[in-house]
Design a protein around this ligand. Structure first.
Ligand code: NAP
Ligand code: G4F
Length: 345
């Protein structure tokens, strides 16, 4: 069975990519960080489903621990490595810049060095980001557009994007970057804006929350479905040549529009519930991100297949189910009431 290593397997994309690869018959290995509480919630289902077959395996590591990465890569010699690990929250990157930058730069370098020294045939995928563009102008962004990072997170991603290209060109290694625009799902972290909204809509629907506090409602993003985007990641490493690829839908919407549509699904007017606070305004805002995925459409035969409205519906319906369970546990005194708005960023 062909082996794949995924860093950041416990995250949103780690879940969807694992699912795709397990369905294709790969032996999936992922790195997890030690934490004081269990952080494998998204992938626990795979752990039990593939326990006896050994098709799904987790290993302790950290992108900043080159010894564990070297041991793991030399022991497994995977066919491909998907580097999804990052401190991926842009607002948080202003609060913990040193950690965000170390993981987002040295972390990537550690893997590239390990591949170079252990087996140059291992294919490498770098999770680059549309944040690298900075979003100052209302333009469609492609693989040749200029980077203008606006946060420690984005600056680190630019470094990793560039160093991936350096290893590709210097050592003939198969190193590709997917410049992914925002992608969301019911598995999205609760402090990213789309999930923060869908979670609040679910809780408001069940009478568990009364207000939703957001930051910049005018920011626009090209939002797609994570399940579609991991297919793009797979196709990027399956292509004949290593390269850089934009993965996006080609449409941008405002945060306000996302909120309006999400509240419409529970027959409520968002203006009655959404308030704004300076607390969620970033030191430097990325106002507008719109991707041009023509190259991936044409050469990878990849396209986003979930509409904006369907994505919102998927997320809201899932969060109504979660809020329904939460209410039942609360009503039976099995959990304590949480504070009104359970998310911090
Ligand atoms: P996510 O849900 O935040 O997952 C991030 C993953 O990285 C988690 O598994 C996390 O582990 C792990 N991680 C963090 N620091 C680490 C470290 N020092 N060593 C090893 N692992 C570490 O992010 P995502 O949405 O799945 O995104 C996946 C990747 O794509 C990230 O690199 C992100 O920056 C990039 N990206 C995402 C988007 C998007 O819209 N989702 C768009 C473009 C690019 P814990 O669970 O232990 O925290
Ligand atoms: O959901 P966000 O936090 O995502 P952001 O900053 O675009 O970053 C995400 O997408 C990137 C790809 O472009 C990834 F690389 C990155 O790892 C991450 O997955 O914020 C989206 C927009 C921002 O303009 C933000 O200012 O929503 C605005 N916003 C308004 N109110 C808010 C809020 N964002 C958050 N997180 N929380 C709010 O209350």
């Amino acid at each position: 069975m062909k082996k794949i290593l995924i860093t950041g397997i416990t995250g949103q994309d780690g879940y969807y990519l694992s699912k795709l690869l397990l369905d294709k018959g790969y032996e999936v290995h992922g790195t997890v960080r030690r934490s004081s509480s269990i952080n494998t919630e998204r992938i626990d289902g795979f752990l039990s489903e593939y326990k006896s077959s050994g098709q799904f395996n987790l290993h302790y590591s950290d992108l900043l621990d080159s010894s564990s990465l070297n041991n793991l890569i030399s022991t497994l010699e995977p066919e491909k490595i998907f580097n999804l690990a990052a401190q991926s929250h842009v607002a948080v990157s202003f609060k913990i810049p040193e950690f965000t930058i170390k993981v987002g730069t040295i972390g990537t370098l550690n893997i590239l060095e390990a591949i170079k020294n252990i087996n140059k045939d291992i294919k490498f995928y770098q999770a680059s980001s549309s944040e690298m563009y900075g979003g100052k102008f209302e333009e469609k962004l492609n693989e040749d557009s200029r980077f203008d990072p606006k946060s420690p997170y984005a600056a680190a991603k630019v470094f990793s994007h560039d160093i991936t290209k350096v290893y590709r060109e210097s050592y003939g290694m198969f190193c590709s970057s997917g410049i992914l625009f925002n992608h969301e799902s019911p598995y999205r972290g609760e402090t990213f804006v789309t999930r923060k909204i869908s979670r609040a809509v679910g809780r408001i629907h069940m009478g568990l929350q009364s207000k939703l506090t957001l930051g910049n409602l005018n920011a626009k993003r090209d939002w797609g479905f994570a399940g579609d985007y991991v297919d793009g990641m797979y196709k990027i490493l399956d292509y004949s040549e290593p390269d850089d690829w934009v993965i996006a839908t080609g449409s941008a919407h405002s945060v306000e529009n996302f909120a309006k549509k999400a509240f419409n699904l529970i027959d409520k007017n968002y203006e009655d519930y959404v308030e704004t606070s300076e607390r969620y305004i970033r030191p430097n805002e990325v106002n507008y991100l719109l991707g041009d995925p023509s190259k991936a459409n044409k050469l990878l035969d990849w396209k986003s297949s979930t509409s904006f409205d369907d994505l919102i519906k998927l997320m809201v319906e899932s969060d109504i189910q979660i809020a329904t369970k939460e209410k039942m546990l609360l009503d039976n005194g099995l959990i304590k009431p949480t504070w009104e708005n359970p998310v911090v960023n």
